[in-house]
Design a protein around this ligand. Structure first.
Ligand code: SIN
Length: 337
């Protein structure tokens, strides 16, 4: 008898794996020590057969790194690949599996460089795949449900972890080991998800994805931007060292409202005079860094990061430095993105 092919009705979701603890493996199920990025994308999918109920999955292994070893070479490739895959009308969304250590940086980078309204959802795990009560399988299931959900479109790059849906601009990692590590303290969650059932609260307040002016087309390399952490008796020569080593921008992870000691202020102002872009962010986990509060940004030619933490301010500045932007323009970017 002639066989007729069944018509595919499930949304098509592309799963791009980069490594991390979600693909981590330990010797025993209760060991704290483990190696990230050991489990292949095929095994990740095989561990959660239920995701095939919600989507038709195509998987690709892009990298197998702990996210402390993520590079801009991989990220540029990731953004280009997502853009290509999402041009296909048959594809509903993308899931990226990633280590949690630098996940917020990758989410924000993609939020600025993906050119699509379709959902791009990052997920990871705090416990390796071999652990008792591993969190990766449910995170992957929920991330796939969001990527397959038309309601998730137009909300920028999302992060799904521990039943929460975060926006890339807002979230940050807050705990070294807890499964409830990602928080969005300033602007709140985009939504929640419970075993694949979604609830959305808001859309992103800032420009993102298809509304972003940034692009990785034709880009292979990004300008160097360093982050320098302010503290008591902060050694100001760190700023000179960055400039000498070729930094085109410096983000100060400042005390409080983006402050630094007098010695660092002098060296940062000197760097700014030579054309290095100095952005003041904060080492404090939440709150905005405002212009001209304790430091005269207008006088020194600095930028205030507004809501961007140092790691995200660095990503924005690296992309901004690909273009010919004034200090005023870069300040505006911090408000817009
Ligand atoms: C990593 O970021 O790759 C390791 C930590 C994690 O994924 O939780």
């Amino acid at each position: 008898m002639e066989k007729t092919a069944l018509k595919e009705t499930r949304p098509h979701v592309i799963l791009l794996a980069t490594g991390g603890t979600i693909a981590g493996s330990a010797d025993t199920s209760t060991r704290a020590g483990y190696a990230a990025g050991q489990v292949t994308v095929e095994d990740l999918v095989a561990a959660v057969p239920e995701i095939k109920d919600i989507a038709h999955i195509s998987s690709e292994q892009l990298a197998s790194v702990g996210s402390q070893d993520m590079t801009f070479t991989i990220l540029i490739d990731l953004a280009k690949r997502i853009n290509t895959r999402l041009e296909n009308n048959a594809v509903s969304g993308v899931v990226v599996t990633h280590g949690t250590d630098t996940l917020e940086e990758t989410a924000y980078f993609l939020n600025l460089t993906v050119k699509s309204r379709k959902p791009v959802v990052l997920t990871g795990a705090m416990r390796p795949a071999t652990a008792v009560s591993a969190d990766g399988p449910l995170n992957l299931y929920n991330a796939t449900a969001v990527a397959a959900d038309p309601e998730a479109a137009d909300r920028g790059t999302l992060v799904v972890m521990n039943d929460r849906i975060h926006g890339a601009h807002s979230l940050s990692k807050s705990n070294t080991t807890s499964v409830e590590t990602f928080l969005s303290p300033l602007n709140g969650l985009i939504g929640t998800i419970n075993y694949g059932s979604t609830r959305y609260f808001r859309r992103p307040f800032r420009r993102h994805t298809y509304l972003s002016e940034f692009s990785v087309d034709g880009v292979d390399l990004l300008p160097r931007v360093d982050i320098i952490y302010a503290c008591i008796d902060m050694p100001a020569d760190l700023i000179d060292s960055s400039v000498t080593n070729g930094a085109k921008g410096i983000v100060i992870a400042g005390d409080g409202n983006g402050n630094m000691n007098a010695a660092a202020l002098t060296r940062a102002a000197a760097a700014a005079k030579t054309g290095v872009v100095v952005v003041r962010s904060s080492r404090v986990p939440t709150g905005r860094v405002g212009r001209n509060v304790e430091i005269d940004d207008d006088h020194h030619g600095f930028v205030a990061s507004d809501e961007l933490n140092p790691a995200k301010a660095r990503i924005l500045l690296m992309l901004a430095l690909l273009k010919d932007k004034s200090i005023d323009d870069i300040q505006q970017l911090c408000y817009d993105y």
